[in-house]
Write a protein that binds this ligand. Structure first.
Ligand code: ZN
Ligand code: ZN
Length: 376
């Protein structure tokens, strides 16, 4: 593990005091953009401007905090959003009418609101935006039946914020590295080890992305971990694919975003579901030997960063890299195994049968594209 001491900076926040309690009203209102002049007669009584790169969820959390109502109350009573189950994650890709209503009540332009959502990225493919999507756990067990929205943070980013907020891109479930600082995004509280999550949306709890909502510990830790270069590199390639629809992997060629997700799911899904425990242990031992990494199987099982590192090893140098022989074997098993369980992790527990209905749950042309990689 590579870690560095955080650069000197004055710590504004104290773990026992929530950030919004520290800021006087004027201080938190005086943000870059002024209140818009044209605003609907039913406008909210106060204006909270969105911050650069902020996600819609983070901004609405700040707005509901300022209004002293729950997130759910703001969404349902003010914007007419019906999310009684609390599971729709509507803020990732809201309906255009929803954006129009939010714009009407807040005065923030629809085009600005759209840039706070995933609408500018490639469409969701096999739930690729879910938390920890490419980590081993998602291939092995069903997704958590949870109404709590999970998130990750970059401590150096938050520490530099006048108003701490969650960046839109951090909400992409497989993102593991801060694009600005190159640090591993924090997903668990270092004190109580709970995954970072917001309080239940139906309760009024001031939004504080710098504080663990379970134990109250500050998330602005003194030390942080720098990402492995292979992970930062692979994440950059995946992010480009998610943005443009074309993922270029050295040695493998170009893939659409659907093909990219299918490739990752086949490689990692086969490793976690089509191998015996002894085979997995042998592969992990070899990974540790050849990559000089010491993640341990539990880390590539549970950690976004380390699972991307393992994935990078499986494809790096294709068709001749050190982990490629294993990668090729996993592709072969994933594409030929019947019945396959690769999509067990994709079906939420409340939606029924978790097994895929056919030998392949990818379109035939995607299977053909992946087969070309091992038919050379
Ligand atoms: Zn950062
Ligand atoms: Zn905690």
């Amino acid at each position: 593990m590579i870690s560095s001491t955080r650069p000197d900076s004055s710590r504004l926040l104290n773990a026992a005091v929530l950030p919004f309690e520290l800021l006087p009203l004027e201080a938190s209102v005086a943000e870059p953009s002024p209140r818009p002049e044209k605003i609907d007669g039913r406008a909210l009584p106060l204006h909270v401007p969105p911050l650069p790169q902020e996600g819609l969820f983070s901004w609405l959390q700040r707005l509901s905090t300022r209004l002293r109502v729950s997130f759910h109350t703001l969404a349902s009573h003010t914007f007419g959003i019906d999310d009684r189950t609390g599971r729709t994650v509507w803020w990732h890709r809201p309906h255009p009418w929803t954006l129009a209503r939010i714009s009407q009540r807040t005065g923030v332009k629809i085009s600005r609101l759209r840039h706070m959502t995933f609408e500018t990225l490639q469409p969701t493919c096999r739930q690729d935006e879910d938390p920890g999507r490419f980590a081993g756990r998602r291939y092995d067990t069903r997704p958590p039946d949870s109404r709590e929205y999970r998130f990750v943070v970059c401590a150096p980013c938050l520490e530099a914020d006048a108003t701490p907020h969650i960046r839109l891109l951090w909400q992409l479930g497989w993102l593991a590295v801060c694009p600005l600082h190159g640090t591993v995004l924090l997903r668990r509280c270092e004190r109580c080890h709970a995954g970072l999550r917001v309080s239940p949306l139906a309760t009024y709890t001031p939004f504080s992305p710098t504080t663990c909502n379970r134990c109250g510990e500050s998330l602005l830790a003194d030390r942080y971990r720098m990402a492995h270069p292979s992970v930062a590199n692979l994440q950059g390639v995946l992010l480009e694919g998610k943005r443009s629809g074309a993922t270029e992997i050295v040695g493998m060629g170009k893939f659409s975003w659907q093909e990219t997700v299918a490739l990752v799911d086949t490689l990692l899904g086969a490793f976690w579901t089509c191998t015996t425990l002894a085979e997995r242990s042998a592969v992990v031992a070899r990974y540790e030997d050849e990559s000089l990494e010491e993640p341990g199987p539990e880390q590539i099982y549970d950690c976004r960063h380390d699972s991307l590192g393992f994935l990078a090893w499986l494809i790096r140098g294709w068709p001749d890299g050190p982990g490629v022989r294993i990668g090729g074997e996993m592709l072969l098993r994933g594409l030929t195994r019947s019945p396959n369980r690769l999509s067990r992790h994709l079906t939420p527990i409340w939606k029924g049968y978790p097994w895929s209905p056919s030998p392949h749950d990818f379109a035939p042309e995607i299977v053909a594209r992946l087969r070309k990689l091992i038919e050379v």
